[in-house]
Design a protein around this ligand. Structure first.
Ligand code: ADP
Length: 520
């Protein structure tokens, strides 16, 4: 029997003995094989793809201890509880443990009885803990949520940076890095930052064919949310808001309207958050209204919809958050309601963020542009997401997004309308934002417009037959397609080089007229 066959046999029997599974999810076998044969790896599998088992199974068949670096106490706790339930010797070391509990963990490490130890990045690189590890047999090191290592990722955590020291300290120990979201650049950076040696790069498919993606400009958000929720009576759904106060007010409105909803954000007390989470998991409420603080490590497979009431700050975020829908493989809906203002909000958060460097700001702005183009663009949503992560999707309709389902009509006179909008931007000397330009085109009698004398421009009220919000929507679409640029602190609109092609009639943009959502 070759060594490979023997290892595979051990992997399969552990998978079945402890977890009761008889087959692998895509790339699990390859990822486990790397861990048991000592090859470093970067494993990118979508949420629900079964990443945890990729290091847990090798851990139970390894001779020594597997150390798992994990960013959140709640995440560690859930995983350790689940492992102990399966009969695996697992423990965690975190600040919430009492001294005698910690001592018990150290005893288990010292007597080589522990198979998996979950620990935070800060703690593992502390000198006293490295010394403890040096005295015991380590089989493997797993870095969970590994995108946090990279400044190019969407959730960079400085404490993850120190993890590069592990390879220097334990050169003979194999390291695996696991994440749900990483572009090609981030994958390479993870390998470099962790000092991995010739790592296997295992990237699963980013496409989630059972998810139906839809994007719409935000209007009356309560009405928009209810129109989705009402199609899913007694089913579970997550609604994400950007701000805590929006969570509170939307949750209140839904509860007053008789929906079974709970709120979740970092401003709430621990026990309240825990209660909301438990109510959701045990289906005592159908809806969780939350900030992005909610979701990491939540394993609920039957979430039938995820609604974003504002634009997330990157496609990585969107992929991860929307990916919490339909983990059981059944159809689920992902709705994103956005406004041009969300772009401005994120832009100011990014430019004012502490600890930022010119590099990290540039990376964050690039990500923001990526999600913004996704919202305003007219390409298949599945394709757009998958291509963002450097993969391809076979040609043709996905039949699972608003674009491919033909829920939008493209307007026929897009060239003329595009030219009117771009000329108006030029006429106001590229000194005003989207709201103002749309108001001028709609012929608004706004005080500022009159004071500036812009009611006398040739472009004033050129699009008077349309509502301001429709014109704003087109401005966003033109921006997303690269014809307009938003500049400076106030997001002043400017016509790009590509925009001039439209003004000269050499290129026609695609402008969408949102129609009524077709009945299902
Ligand atoms: P991720 O960390 O990638 O989001 P998890 O490791 O939490 O995913 O796995 C998601 C769910 O899929 C869990 O309930 C897990 O037990 C289950 N799962 C993982 N691997 C398998 C498998 N090979 N066969 C069946 N179920 C699996």
């Amino acid at each position: 029997m070759t060594d490979n066959v023997r290892q595979l046999g051990k992997i399969k029997s552990a998978l079945s003995k402890y977890w009761g599974y008889n087959s692998f999810r895509p790339l699990q076998e390859e990822a486990m094989h790397c861990a048991v044969t000592g090859r470093d790896s970067v494993v990118v599998l979508p949420t629900g793809g079964g990443k945890s088992l990729c290091f847990q199974v090798p851990a139970v068949i390894g001779e020594g201890l597997t150390v798992v670096v994990s960013p959140l106490i709640s995440l560690m706790k859930d995983q350790v509880d689940a492992l102990v339930d399966c009969g695996v010797a697992a423990a965690r070391l975190d600040s919430s443990l009492m001294t005698h509990e910690q001592d018990r963990v150290f005893e288990m490490i010292a007597s080589n009885r522990l198979k998996l130890l979950y620990i935070s990045p800060e703690r593992i690189v502390s000198e006293w803990f490295l010394n403890i590890l040096c005295g015991c047999k380590i089989s493997f090191i797993a870095v969970d949520e590994a995108h946090c290592v990279s400044m190019w990722g969407h959730d960079f955590r400085p404490e993850y940076r120190q993890l590069g020291r592990l390879k220097q300290r334990f050169p003979g120990v194999c390291i695996g890095a696991y994440t749900a979201t990483a572009t090609a650049v981030v994958r390479q950076d993870i390998a470099a930052q962790l000092n991995l040696t010739d790592p296997a790069m295992l990237t699963g498919s980013f496409d989630r064919p059972n998810l139906i993606y839809r994007v719409k400009p935000r209007g009356n958000i309560l009405k928009q949310v209810r129109s989705v929720v009402d199609r899913h009576k007694n089913e579970s759904g997550i609604i994400y808001c950007i701000r805590r106060k929006d969570v509170d007010s939307l949750c209140d409105s839904l509860q007053s309207a008789g929906y079974r909803a709970a709120g979740y954000h970092a401003g709430m007390k621990d026990h309240q958050r825990k209660l909301s989470q438990d109510l959701f998991i045990t289906e005592k409420v159908d809806i969780v209204v939350a900030t992005i603080a909610f979701g990491m490590g939540i394993d609920k497979s039957n979430v039938r919809y995820v609604i974003h009431t504002g634009m997330p700050k990157s496609l990585e975020n969107y992929q991860q958050e929307s990916g919490r829908a339909g983990r059981d493989g059944l159809e689920a809906e992902c709705w994103l309601f956005y406004s041009g203002g969300d772009y401005g909000v994120w832009k100011s958060i990014i430019s004012n963020s502490e600890n930022s460097t010119p590099q990290s700001t540039e990376a964050a702005m690039e990500k923001l542009t990526g999600i913004y183009s996704y919202c305003t663009g007219d390409t298949c949503r599945h394709r757009n997401l998958v291509e963002y992560f450097g993969q391809t999707l076979k040609a043709g309709s996905c039949s699972a997004c608003d674009i491919c389902l033909d829920e939008y009509d493209a307007i026929e006179d897009a060239l003329i309308i595009g030219q009117k909008i771009l000329s108006c931007i030029m006429r106001v000397e590229q000194r005003f934002g989207g709201g103002y330009v749309a108001s001028v085109l709609a012929g608004s009698k706004d005080k500022r417009i009159i004071e500036n004398g812009h009611d006398r421009l040739s472009t004033y009220s050129l699009l008077a037959e349309y509502q301001i919000k429709t014109i704003r929507g087109w401005i966003e679409q033109l921006t997303g397609q690269g014809y307009i640029e938003k500049c400076g602190e106030f997001n002043v609109l400017a016509v790009t080089k590509k925009g001039w092609n439209v003004l000269r009639g050499e290129e026609t943009p695609r402008l969408l007229k949102p129609t009524m959502q077709k009945e299902k």
